[in-house]
Structure formats: structure tokens, C-alpha cells
Design a protein around this ligand. Structure first.
Ligand code: NAD
Length: 284
């Protein structure tokens, strides 16, 4: 089984990002800036924030974290978010989710400037993904899966792709991105009755359920390519994916590890989006 390493895909994305960045610096004298908006101090958010900052800065991009207290009211947060949204020094925004219950997340999603919406949460960008229009922004994780496949020259056209998970941030947008690449796509979820059999038929199997090591060799068909989006903590406190990586070696032809797989590509896609936002502004 070939291990598909995220770092190699990320390095390829970095090359393109840095070419565009040189041009942006030359024309504007500015470095694109990502605003990372965080409410509260959830360990998952802090860890994603650290990873995103580190990756973007290593690509030569700027980041600024805007932290808010967990108990901030909806109105207060909306007003502050709108100020960041309208700040012309902010090229793109990453809003860490989920937000606390008192904040109406849908409303925030709907006010984010689609041109600064780096993780594809606005209705405009979601509509574009469904229309196969590449001018907007897809959620970084969903796009990272496509980047892993393309960077490793894995054909998608005509392949049977099965995604386990139907969230708005991974499963659903990814189904549209794979469809755009002409895969035949099936989405599985908690109510799927024949999960094992359906997964086994996949030529490209994407795990995005958020259930540690749930997919073992019984779910993987011979020669399948397995992309593991899951980030979980196992009983020993170690990071693990949704795939029982150790067990699938005989079945899968290629697979991404966790850590060191899709996660590293997700933040590289975030950098790619930020530079695209700056380029789009430059050209408009
Ligand atoms: P989510 O909880 O919003 O959605 C999980 C989906 O999986 C749901 O649609 C649910 O129906 C399905 N599911 C759950 N248990 C299932 C089961 N037993 N059988 C079939 N379907 C099942 O999660 P999410 O935000 O989409 O994230 C999924 C995973 O991806 C999590 O582990 C998360 O940490 C990880 N993630 C990774 C990255 C990255 O950069 N690699 C980014 C975002 C999320």
C-alpha cells in the first residue's frame, strides 16, 4: 500500500502560492492577510488555529487572530465580525466553528463577504460549488481531498467514489467536487443500511465521519484508494483517523495517514485561497 503524504501535496501547492505571492507583492507592496476569528478557547480550535498560522506564515503570508470571549452575545459578535469583514486590510477570513449556541451561526455565514470567505461557508460560495462554478471558494478540507488525488495523479473520471459523512464542511461539498471531476458519487451517513457493502464497492473511499478507526479492512475493496479526513483521539490519547490504518494494508492500494495526510493539505488550500482572493482583487 502506497502512503499518500500530505506534506508532498502541500509542497506542490506552496510552489504555486509563492509564485502568485511574488506578483502580488510586486504590484501592491502588500502581503495578503488572513483573519482567524475564534470565539472561546476550545482545544480543537486552538490546535487548528496554530496549524493554520504556522502553515500560512511558512508560505510567506500574514495571519491575525481575532479572539472573542465564549459568552459574547450574538449582536456584539455580529457587529465585531462585520468590522473585520469590512476591514480593507483583511484579505480573507477563517471563522472557527462551531460557534457557541447564543450566536446564530447561519446569520454570520450569510453576512461574510463571499470574496473573503476562505472556507466556503457563505450561501453564494455553496451555490457556486453546487453549480460547478470554480470562481468561488469550496471548504478547504473538501478541496484538500481533490488536491491529494490530483497531486498523486490518481484518475477521478468515471471512478466509483464513496464518501462516509454528509456534513456541509466535508461530505456534501466534496460530493459536488468529485462529481465535477466526473466520478460516480455515493454519500453514506448514519442512516445508511449497507455501509460495509457500499464502502467495499468504492474505488475511491473517503472517510469523513469523525469516528476513530471505524472503517477497517472489511469496508475496503481490493485496490481501493482511501482518503481519511477524520481527526480523532484514540483510547491512548493519540491522534487517529476514521480509518483503521493498520488493518487496510492488504486491501487498499493507496491511503492517507492521520496525522500527516489530509490535514496538512487543508491548511495549504487555505493559503491557496488567500492568494486567490488577493489576486482576484488585484485583477478587478
Ligand atoms: P460532522 O460530525 O459534522 O459530520 C459527520 C458525518 O458523518 C455526519 O454526516 C454523519 O451522518 C456521518 N457519520 C457519523 N457517524 C457515522 C457512522 N457510524 N456511519 C456512517 N456515517 C456516520 O463532522 P465533520 O465536521 O464533517 O468532520 C468529520 C471528520 O473530519 C471529523 O473527524 C473532523 O475532526 C475531521 N475534519 C478534518 C479536517 C481536516 O483538515 N483534515 C477538517 C474538518 C474536519
Amino acid at each position: 500500500m502506497v502512503i499518500l503524504k500530505g506534506a508532498e501535496v502541500s509542497a506542490k501547492i506552496k510552489e504555486q502560492v509563492q509564485k502568485d505571492l511574488m506578483l502580488i507583492k510586486e504590484k501592491t507592496g502588500r502581503i495578503p492577510k488572513l483573519a482567524i476569528v475564534r470565539v472561546g478557547e476550545k482545544p480543537d480550535d486552538l490546535s487548528y488555529e496554530r496549524g493554520a498560522k504556522k502553515k500560512l506564515e511558512s508560505f510567506g503570508l500574514e495571519t491575525e487572530v481575532y479572539p472573542f470571549p465564549e459568552e459574547i452575545s450574538h449582536e456584539e459578535f455580529k457587529a465585531a465580525f462585520d468590522r473585520i469583514n469590512k476591514d480593507r486590510h483583511v484579505t480573507g477570513i477563517l471563522l472557527l466553528k462551531p460557534l457557541p449556541k447564543q450566536i446564530n451561526e447561519k446569520e454570520i455565514d450569510s453576512i461574510i463577504d463571499p470574496e473573503k470567505d476562505m472556507d466556503g461557508i457563505s450561501p453564494e460560495n455553496i451555490a457556486k460549488i453546487f453549480a460547478g462554478d470554480e470562481s468561488g471558494y469550496a471548504p478547504c478540507t473538501a478541496e484538500a481531498v481533490i488536491e491529494v488525488l490530483k497531486a498523486n495523479e490518481i484518475p477521478i473520471k468515471g471512478k466509483r467514489a464513496v464518501i462516509v459523512g454528509r456534513s456541509m464542511i466535508v461530505g456534501k461539498p466534496l460530493s459536488m467536487l468529485l462529481l465535477k471531476e466526473n466520478a460516480t458519487v455515493t454519500i453514506c451517513h448514519t442512516k445508511t443500511v449497507d455501509l460495509k457493502e457500499t464502502c467495499k464497492e468504492a474505488q475511491i473511499l473517503v472517510a469523513a465521519a469523525g469516528k476513530g478507526k471505524m472503517l477497517n479492512q472489511d469496508y475496503v475493496g481490493k485496490g481501493a484508494i482511501v482518503i481519511d479526513v477524520g481527526i480523532n483521539v484514540d483510547e491512548d490519547g493519540r491522534l487517529c483517523g476514521d480509518v483503521d490504518f493498520e488493518s487496510i494494508g492488504e486491501q487498499a492500494s493507496m491511503a492517507t495517514p492521520v496525522p500527516g495526510g489530509v490535514g496538512a493539505v487543508t491548511t495549504a488550500v487555505l493559503a491557496k485561497h488567500l492568494v486567490k482572493a488577493a489576486m482576484d482583487r488585484l485583477l478587478s
